[in-house]
Design a protein around this ligand. Sequence first.
Ligand code: BG6
Length: 506
Amino acid sequence: MTETEPSLIAPPAVVVIFGAGGDLTKRKLIPALFHLKSQKLLPDSFALVGVDRVEMDSDGYRQSLSGGIEGFVGEGFDQARWDENVSKAYYIQGDFKDPESYLRLREFLAEVDEMQGTPGNYLFYLATPPSFFGEIATHLGQAGLAGEQENGWRRIIIEKPFGRDLASARSLNQTLQQSFQEQQIYRIDHYLGKETVQNIMTYRFGNGTIEPIWNHRYIDHIQITVAESLGVENRASYYEEAGALRDMVPNHILALLSIIAMEPPNSFDADRVRDEQTKVLRCIQPFTPEQVLTQTVRGQYGEGRTPDGVRLPGYREEPGIAADSTTETFVAMRLMIDTWRWAGVPFYLRTGKRMLGRYTEVMVQYRHAPNRMFSDSLVSGQNVEPNRLILRIQPQEGIGLEFNAKVPGTIPRLNTVEMNFDYSDYFGDSPSTGYETLIYDCLCGDPTLFKRSDNIEAGWELVQPVLDVWGALPARSFPNYPAGSWGPEQADTLLARDGKVWKGIK
Ligand code: BG6
């Protein structure tokens, strides 16, 4: 591998992971750090400190990290490189609720700084249940580990859920901000770590042909689909409390929507980008209680079958789920954005568990071309389909454009054809957990891909009326879609009322 330009190597630092023994740490964070090291983006002066409740020493922790690591890192794993780097991992036992633990951590970090030549730069990664976020941040502050006055920078990463409604999100933001400044707080929405999501900005703003027609004059409507084929897996207790709305909409789906709908920022400076993303969320027409009933749809899967006939259990049959649960596993909604760019353009969103396939995509449907000239000459009954742009986020990664072409032959016929760009054709596949860019950016102090407090609150402001109405009127028709389908009929009706249909999946 060629040498990395020194200016691209992250600064010396210690990454401190709370929840060091958890799944996220083993499956995602450690492999991501390994990939960054393999790409020569981490400095020699670097260390990892794991904090958790289990009694263990650093050797024991290194062994526990090494178990199964090859599988988590995947392609590109190199045992010799792993052995060399795992020696930079340390462990300290600590109770997240005990102030003493943080004092011991502070002393320990000073020792690690001595051993590894790290100058007091600490990234605290909270890979813990969300109920600990506020408490850990407060203790770090009280132990003098949050302030940047003396030496070195201090940053804290937390992951969704950022609260469970508007009030708790505000309160979490306030608690975090009592110990850390806003610019030290990095809130991860892992959708922003996806290459295909980041590419939407490049696609929109880096090409002369896209942005001029990215508005209500040319676009008929936009659909965002995040469909999952899996059910709730082993997360029953979390999911019963959260439901599909809280789990996906104020975070991942609105992250996608804000990138699609934002105005161009005047630079790629983190705050300019995030200003525009928050601004557009604030321009979404808020739901009145009556609109919640007409503009949103909730669903829960019942038993169903895979396309090859295998039975899939209903949500209420899944382990740990109440037999009369009214938690939604599917959400669809219609949003309108009150800006000059988007006046009159509906945005339809849908997400659900146990759907027919796993696929996330954004479909931009352009307005029809005037049909008159074709209607005289085409075979009767044939429609001229509108152009559609499809931004494929996952699992297939790419961009497609559907347009009409003349079918060769004497009889005039049109057919819709698709022009496709596939990431793997151009850029190959590089091993990634999706966390590499986010951790690297945080180490480098670039918060562009992280959510600011105002963005989080704007998302909850939109969702809160839906939570209120749904909470007050528990669903009586659940289950209302079979596992292995595209969701409840009402989601089709939501679009049919506007004369539209969900894009089919190929
Ligand atoms: C998580 C949700 O944030 O995102 C999960 O809690 C969901 O319920 C997951 O399955 C989807 O992420 P991805 O990257 O698989 O689309």
